[in-house]
Design a protein around this ligand. Structure first.
Ligand code: HEC
Ligand code: HEC
Ligand code: HEC
Ligand code: HEC
Ligand code: HEC
Length: 179
C-alpha cells in the first residue's frame, strides 16, 4: 500500500514537472516569436529621456533638423547639444533633465546616447545613397515618430538588405556591402 502511494506520488510529481517544462517551452517560443515579428516596445533607457514622439509627432520637427548629415553622408548623425538648446535655452528650461542638458553643454561634456541600430563592422552601409533613391526612414527604422524610446524596428540581416536590392535592381555584388 505504502509502495503504491509512493508510486502515485512520483507519477504526479513527474506529470507536474512535465507540465511545467511544457509551459516554459511555450512561453520561450512565444517570446522568440513575438520579438521576431513584433519588435515593438521600448528601446534602451537614455541619459536624457528624449522622446521622438513628442518632438516629431506632437511638435512636427523634421528628422533632418537633427539628423543633418543623413542625405549627404554615410551616417545620419546624432545632433549636438547646441541643436537641443536652440529651443531648450527657453522651453522648459528648469525641467531637471533640461537643466542637466544645459549643464552638460556649459561644461563641454557630451551626453553619451545609447546606440540602438548597427550593422557589424564588416558591412558597409551609407544613408545618403539610400535617401537619394527616395527610400523612407521608416522602411528601415519603423515609425520613429511614435516612439518615446527608439527601438530597433528591423533586424539588419543580410536577407533584409538583399531583398530590397533585388526588388529595386540595385547591385547585390558581395563587395558592395563587404569591402
Ligand atoms: C529634435 C531632434 C531630433 C529629431 C527631430 C529626430 N531625432 Fe532621431 N534622434 C535624436 C537623438 C538625440 C537621438 C539619440 C537618442 C535616442 O536614441 O533617442 C536620436 C536617435 C535616433 C535613432 C536611433 C539611433 C541609433 O542609435 O540607432 C533613429 C533611428 C532616429 N533617431 C531616427 C529619426 C527619424 C526617422 C526622425 C524623423 C521621423 C528623427 N529621428 C527625428 C534627435 C532627433
Ligand atoms: C524645435 C524645438 C526643439 C528642439 C530642437 C528640441 N526640443 Fe525638446 N522639446 C520641445 C518642446 C516644444 C517640448 C515640449 C515642452 C512642453 O511639454 O511644454 C520639448 C520637450 C522635451 C523634453 C521633455 C520631456 C518630453 O519629452 O516631454 C525633453 C527631455 C527634451 N525636449 C529634450 C530634448 C533634447 C535632448 C533635444 C536635442 C536632441 C531637444 N529636446 C530638442 C522643443 C524642442
Ligand atoms: C535602407 C535602410 C535605412 C534607411 C532608409 C535609413 N536608415 Fe538609418 N540606419 C540604417 C542602418 C543599417 C544603420 C546602422 C548603420 C551602422 O551601423 O553603421 C542606421 C543607423 C542610423 C542612425 C544611428 C547613427 C548613424 O548615423 O549610424 C540614425 C540616427 C539613423 N539611422 C537615422 C535615420 C534617418 C533620420 C533616416 C531617414 C532620413 C534613416 N536613418 C534612413 C538603415 C537605414
Ligand atoms: C528599401 C530598399 C533597400 C534596402 C532595405 C537596402 N538598400 Fe542598399 N540600396 C538600395 C538602392 C535602390 C541602392 C542603389 C543606389 C544607387 O544606385 O545609387 C542601394 C545601394 C546600396 C549600396 C551602394 C551600392 C553601390 O553601387 O555602391 C550599398 C553599399 C548598400 N546599398 C548597402 C545596403 C545595406 C548594407 C543594407 C542593409 C543594412 C541595404 N543596403 C538595404 C536599396 C535598399
Ligand atoms: C546589400 C548588402 C549585402 C550584400 C550585397 C551582401 N551582404 Fe553579406 N551581409 C550583409 C549584412 C547586413 C550582414 C550582417 C548580417 C547580420 O549581422 O546578421 C552580412 C553578413 C554576411 C556574412 C556573415 C555571416 C552571417 O550570415 O552573419 C557573410 C559570410 C556574408 N555576409 C557573405 C556575403 C556574400 C558571399 C555575398 C555575395 C553573394 C554577400 N554577403 C552580399 C549585407 C550584404
Amino acid at each position: 500500500m505504502a509502495d503504491e502511494e509512493k508510486r502515485v506520488k512520483k507519477y504526479e510529481w513527474a506529470r507536474g514537472a512535465l507540465a511545467a517544462v511544457v509551459v516554459l517551452l511555450m512561453a520561450a517560443f512565444l517570446l522568440v516569436l513575438s520579438s521576431t515579428f513584433y519588435p515593438v516596445g521600448l528601446g534602451p533607457r537614455q541619459p536624457i529621456p528624449f522622446s521622438h514622439r513628442v518632438h516629431v509627432h506632437v511638435k512636427q520637427l523634421s528628422c533632418l533638423m537633427c539628423h543633418t548629415t543623413v542625405t549627404e553622408q554615410r551616417r545620419a548623425g546624432i545632433p549636438p547639444l547646441q541643436t537641443c538648446l536652440l529651443c531648450h535655452q527657453r522651453i522648459i528650461r528648469t525641467y531637471p533633465y533640461i537643466e542637466k542638458l544645459r549643464q552638460a553643454f556649459a561644461q563641454g561634456k557630451p551626453i553619451i546616447w545609447q546606440r540602438v541600430n548597427w550593422v557589424p563592422e564588416f558591412v558597409y552601409f551609407d544613408h545618403s545613397l539610400h535617401l537619394n533613391k527616395g527610400i523612407d526612414c521608416g522602411h528601415c527604422h519603423g515609425n520613429v515618430a511614435m516612439m518615446d524610446r527608439v527601438v530597433a524596428a528591423r533586424k539588419f540581416e543580410m536577407g533584409f538588405c538583399i531583398q530590397c536590392h533585388r526588388e529595386k535592381n540595385a547591385t547585390h555584388d558581395c563587395f558592395t556591402c563587404h569591402r
